[in-house]
Design a protein around this ligand. Structure first.
Ligand code: NAD
Length: 311
C-alpha cells in the first residue's frame, strides 16, 4: 500500500509551496508551525492560490482544487505532524542552530523508516544531521523558489545517509512533478547557489567598474543567455554551437581560459555599488510595487512552464 502522509514543518513561503505540490499528487499533508497564525494564513493563501490556478487552467494533477485543499490539514503539535508521515519536509528559517534543534526534536517522533528532508539553501546535510539517531534517513531537498513553477530540486545526502533514501526521494520528486538533480558530494551552496553566486559576483564587479548598467546586465541574462537556458543548459548549448565539445574546445578553450583568469576577487555586496544597484533596481521596479511584480513573475513562470511542458 502506498504511504500517504507527508509532514511539512514550517509553513512560510516554501512550506506552503511544498504542501500544494504534495497535495496535488494526492498525498495527505500535515502542516506544523510554531506560530499558529502562520498556519492559518498558509491555509487561506493555499486556497486562494488553488482557486486562481484552477481559473487559469494551471492546476496540477488530476484532483480538483477542493480535493487538493481538503488534503492539507494543520497539526496541533510537531509530533502529530510527523509521527505517521513517511516523508517529512522541514522549512524553518535558514539558521543552522535552529535547524539542528528542530531536527533533534523531529528525531524523537519520526518512524524509523521515514525520510527526513530539509529545504535548506546552503547548510550542509552533515551539519544538520550529525547528532541524530536517524541520521541515516536525512537528506537535503533544496527547491527553487517558487517550487510550484520552477521544478528543479537539488538532492544532497550526508556521508551516512542510506543510499535508499536518495533513490526513494528522487522517485518521489519525479512523481510529484519536480525535476531532481543529485549533488554527489556536500559542498557549500550546493550547485544552484554556487551558480547564482558566480553570476551575481561577476555582475557586481562589472557594475562597480562601470562596464554595464544594472538594467543592461539583466537584459543580457533575460533576453540573451536566459532565453536558451530556460530549456537548454550551457553544456548542451556549447555542444550544439560547434560540432561537439572537442571542436568547441579547439575553438574557444583559450579565449574562455583568458576571460576566466580576468575575473576579479570576490567582493562583499556592500558599499557604494550596493547604493547603485538598489537605486537602479528601484527605477526599474519601485519598492512599493514589489508584491505586484512578484505576482507578475509567478504568472510568467507558469506560462513558461506550460510552454516548456508542451515542447
Ligand atoms: P519563511 O520565513 O517564509 O518561513 C519559515 C517558517 O518557519 C515561518 O512560518 C516560521 O514561523 C516557521 N518556524 C520558525 N521556527 C519554527 C520551528 N521551530 N518549528 C516549526 N516552524 C518554525 O522562510 P522560507 O522562505 O519559507 O524558507 C524556509 C527554508 O527554505 C529555509 O531554509 C530557506 O533557506 C529555504 N529556501 C528558501 C527559498 C526562498 O527563496 N525563500 C528557496 C529555497 C529554499
Amino acid at each position: 500500500q502506498k504511504p500517504v502522509i507527508v509532514g511539512v514543518v514550517g509553513s512560510g513561503l516554501i512550506g506552503r509551496s511544498w504542501s500544494m505540490l504534495f497535495a496535488a499528487a494526492g498525498y495527505q499533508v500535515r502542516i506544523y508551525d510554531t506560530d499558529p497564525s502562520r498556519m492559518f494564513q498558509a491555509l487561506e493563501e493555499i486556497q486562494l492560490q488553488l482557486q486562481d490556478l484552477d481559473k487559469r487552467g494551471l492546476l496540477r494533477g488530476k484532483l480538483t482544487a477542493d480535493e487538493q485543499f481538503s488534503r492539507i490539514t494543520i497539526a496541533a503539535t510537531l509530533e502529530e505532524c510527523v509521527k505517521d508521515s513517511f516523508f517529512i519536509q522541514e522549512n524553518v528559517p535558514e539558521d543552522a542552530e535552529l535547524k539542528k534543534k528542530v531536527h533533534a526534536e523531529l528525531d524523537k517522533y519520526i518512524r524509523s523508516d521515514a525520510i527526513l528532508a530539509s529545504s535548506t539553501s546552503a547548510i550542509l546535510p552533515s551539519i544538520i544531521s550529525e547528532g541524530l539517531a536517524h541520521r541515516n534517513r536525512f537528506i537535503v531537498v533544496h527547491p527553487t523558489n517558487p517550487p510550484f513553477y520552477a521544478p528543479m530540486v537539488e538532492l544532497c545526502s550526508a556521508p551516512w545517509t542510506d543510499p535508499e533514501v536518495m533513490e526513494t526521494t528522487r522517485a518521489l520528486m519525479e512523481e510529484i512533478g519536480q525535476q531532481p538533480v543529485t549533488i554527489n558530494k556536500e559542498i557549500d551552496g550546493f550547485v544552484f547557489n554556487r551558480l547564482q553566486s558566480a553570476i551575481l559576483g561577476e555582475g557586481w564587479r562589472l557594475i562597480r567598474d562601470n562596464v554595464i548598467s544594472v538594467e543592461d546586465f539583466d537584459t543580457v541574462m533575460k533576453h540573451g543567455l536566459g532565453r536558451r537556458y530556460a530549456f537548454m543548459g550551457p553544456f548542451e548549448t556549447a555542444y550544439l554551437n560547434s560540432e561537439g565539445w572537442k571542436v568547441y574546445s579547439e575553438r574557444y578553450a583559450d579565449t574562455l581560459h583568458r576571460i576566466q583568469k580576468s575575473f576579479g576577487e570576490p567582493e562583499k555586496m556592500v558599499g557604494p555599488t550596493l547604493d547603485k544597484v538598489q537605486d537602479e533596481c528601484n527605477k526599474m521596479v519601485p519598492m512599493e510595487k514589489l508584491q505586484e511584480r512578484r505576482q507578475w513573475r509567478n504568472r510568467r513562470l507558469a506560462a513558461l512552464d506550460k510552454l516548456i511542458k508542451d515542447m
